[in-house]
Design a binder for this molecule. Structure first.
Ligand code: FES
Length: 63
């Protein structure tokens, strides 16, 4: 689904960015440009980022 309509960024792109090592909103914003225009997507982008980074942390705890 589209998260950022201004930049045409999907949740899959955000999840991929976290999988590739981005762990902060600043990093994801620099990489994809999410939230760089109107900013309406920022709350949803932050929620997805939190969800994905939690999964990554859990993976490293279990592994
Ligand atoms: S919807 Fe993401 S910057 Fe506007």
């Amino acid at each position: 689904m589209y998260v950022c309509l201004c930049k045409g960024i999907t949740d899959s792109q955000l999840r991929d960015a976290v999988a590739e090592g981005s762990t902060t909103f600043k990093e994801v914003k620099q990489q994809l440009g999410v939230g760089a225009q109107c900013g309406k997507c920022i709350p949803l982008a932050l929620a997805i980022l939190a969800e994905e980074t939690a999964k990554t942390a859990l993976y490293y705890e279990v592994a």
